[in-house]
Every structure is written in structure tokens, then in C-alpha cells.
Design a binder for this molecule. Structure first.
Ligand SMILES: [Zn+2]
Ligand SMILES: [Zn+2]
Length: 346
């Protein structure tokens, strides 16, 4: 074979090895990023409560809100990093929802909530049908792979309702995605509070005159943390709105790529792709946060508490009349191994 026909394969193999190196790097430096994030968040909180909080105009009103923001930001980051997203080995879940970190359900009935793991379809909140999805087998880790699960190359296992592997956390999936989204939301609110309330101390910190600077903490640190809060608050707000858009569309990050392709395939055939998980924006959001009659109350969004997801990772709420997606056939479905045509033998 000449050089020219081999070239695309060679370029593809190069891309794959770069991608694999990036996955290994993400896994290796993950703990360093997590430690750095904890450090920066803690420093930001210390600066806020030392520099800004003592001089608030309405402390009785503002201080409780600021404490709530800090508690939620820390709590949800802790939960996003420590609650396992779930793998095919623990499809039944932990089973326990006791302990001080768990929020109380509105109603705990064996027929409702997380226990959907039988083959019948059931009626969930607001008349939603929960339909058991297909269970395949992963060609990388050889484990059972339920619908919406994907193989995480960094964790080297399948993750239930896999979204992505977060470089400053762990894999985001079924059981920790709620905390991941709520962390982003509280992070953005906290950064906004810092930027707006701490603005007037920025100049005294830059000019550093001991008469104007009222804290014992170094003013240079304040300037750096202020700039980080501004930049990261903006960056995370973009991610947050993108994620809320995905949640309200009943798509994960992985599914967003797949569904875009399904839409093209279906359109080329003169039909339309219908996402069977999509029950309308509001319901999708409520189901994601498990705020239905058998789930949790709205106040759980305001507290750093653990909540179980609606699904067990096997059965999913479906649009009435759509037990599966419309517009694509069996052979059109995307799988994780699709990008392995070069045969990298993983
Ligand atoms: Zn796998
Ligand atoms: Zn992972």
C-alpha cells in the first residue's frame, strides 16, 4: 500500500493516541485540580468573610444569604466529588437513604421513586410512564451496559447515565449530576455576590494604603481572588446555562452529540427524530432534580443535601406513546466503540 492511502489511518491513529494520553493525564492530574479548586474556594470564602462581610450595609439580611451560598457551594462540591455516579455493578443503588446528609422524600412508597427495576412499565409522577431501557454489553469493560450508560475512558468503566468526566471532579453521571449542576449554580451565585459586594474594596487593595485596607489578609490575594471570581464566575455561568439547556431538553452531554446525528439521519429519510425522554422543558427539569410528588420538595434545591435520582439507571421516564426514540432504526444507534475503527485494542 502506498503512503497516500495510509495517511488518513496514520493521522487517525495519532489523534487516538493523543486522546488516550489526554485521558490518562485527566485521571492523573484530577486530584491536583480538585485540591486546587478546594484551596481557591476556601481562600475566596475566607477573604469574603474577612474583608466584605464585616462592612455589609444590611448584615442581618445579607449575611444569612452569603452563609447559605458558601454552605451550598462547599456542600455540593463535596457531594459532586464524592458521590459515585453509579456503575453497572451497583445498578440497584445504595438502597439506603438515611443519615443526616440525605434530604427527606415527600412520600416513600415502594411503587414510586427509584425502584423501577422490573420489566413492566409503570406510571410515575404526573402520569409519566417509566419504561425499562435496553441492556447491552460494553465492548471495552465487558460489563452489562444499560441504556444511557457509557464507557468512561478515564475511569475505565461504564457509568450509568454518563454525562462527562469532569477534570475538577470525577465522572458525572446518574447519582451525582444533580450535585454537579447545583454546585455550578451556587458557584455562579457566590461569585456574583463576591464581585458585586466586594467591588468597593478592590481599589483600596490595588492601591494598598494601610488606612484604606482594613483586613490583616494580604491585599494582593484579594485582587487575585476578585479577578478569579469574575473570570471563573463568568466561565462557569456559560457552562451552567448550557447544562440547564441540556437538562431541560432531557439530553446528557453524550446524547447531545448522538441526537444531533440522529436528527440528520432522520431528516435525510424524510422523518423527524423524537427524543423519547423529552417530556417538555419544565417536566424534564423537575424529573432531573427529582422534584415530583414521590420525590423531593423544592426547598432541597436550597440546601446542600443528598438526593437520590428518579431513575435507577435502567428505567427512564418516557414521552407518552414513545417507548423508544422515534426516527432512527436499530442499526443507526451510536455506540462508544464507534470511534475505534482503527482497532486500538482497548
Ligand atoms: Zn464499559
Ligand atoms: Zn470517568
Amino acid at each position: 500500500m502506498g503512503l497516500i492511502p495510509r495517511l488518513p489511518r496514520f493521522v487517525f491513529a495519532c489523534f487516538k493516541s493523543v486522546e488516550r494520553a489526554a485521558d490518562r493525564l485527566t485521571g492523573a492530574v484530577g486530584p491536583v485540580f480538585v485540591a486546587l479548586a478546594w484551596f481557591l474556594i476556601s481562600v475566596g470564602i475566607v477573604y469574603f468573610f474577612d474583608v466584605v462581610a464585616p462592612k455589609l450595609s444590611w448584615p442581618l439580611l445579607q449575611l444569612p444569604v452569603c452563609i447559605l451560598c458558601a454552605a451550598n457551594m462547599l456542600g455540593h462540591y463535596y457531594l459532586a466529588c464524592t458521590v459515585r455516579p453509579g456503575t453497572p455493578d451497583d445498578m440497584k443503588g445504595t438502597g439506603e437513604e438515611t443519615g443526616w446528609m440525605w434530604a427527606r422524600r415527600r412520600k416513600h412508597s415502594p411503587d414510586l421513586g427509584v425502584a423501577w427495576n422490573d420489566s413492566r412499565s409503570r406510571v410515575g409522577d404526573w402520569g409519566t410512564t417509566m419504561e425499562r431501557g435496553k441492556i447491552g454489553r460494553c465492548k471495552r469493560c465487558f460489563k452489562q451496559k444499560p441504556e444511557r450508560a457509557h464507557h468512561c475512558k478515564v475511569c475505565k468503566t461504564c457509568i450509568l447515565k454518563f454525562d462527562h468526566h469532569c477534570p475538577v471532579s470525577i465522572a458525572v453521571g446518574l447519582r451525582n449530576e444533580r450535585h454537579f449542576v447545583l454546585f455550578m449554580a451556587w458557584f455562579v451565585i457566590s461569585c456574583s455576590c463576591f464581585v458585586m459586594l466586594g467591588y468597593e474594596y478592590l481599589w483600596p487593595a490595588i492601591a494598598y494604603q494601610s488606612d484604606d485596607w482594613h483586613s490583616r489578609l494580604p491585599p494582593t490575594g484579594y485582587v487575585l481572588i476578585y479577578i478569579l471570581a469574575l473570570a471563573l464566575g463568568f466561565a462557569v455561568s456559560v457552562m451552567l446555562f448550557w447544562h440547564l439547556y441540556l437538562v431541560s431538553s432531557a439530553e446528557s452531554t453524550v446524547e447531545n452529540y448522538d441526537f444531533a446525528r440522529y436528527r440528520e439521519v432522520a431528516k435525510a429519510r424524510g422523518t423527524e427524530f423524537v427524543n423519547s425522554y423529552d417530556l417538555g422543558r419544565m417536566k424534564n427539569l423537575m424529573l432531573f432534580f427529582n422534584l415530583g410528588p414521590s420525590g423531593y420538595s423544592l426547598y432541597t434545591l436550597l440546601l446542600p443535601l443528598r438526593c437520590a435520582p428518579l431513575s435507577d439507571g435502567i428505567s427512564w421516564p418516557r414521552r407518552p406513546g414513545y417507548p423508544k426514540h422515534h426516527g432512527i432504526g436499530e442499526g443507526d444507534e451510536m455506540t462508544d466503540v464507534e470511534d475505534d475503527e482503527a482497532g486500538d485494542g482497548e
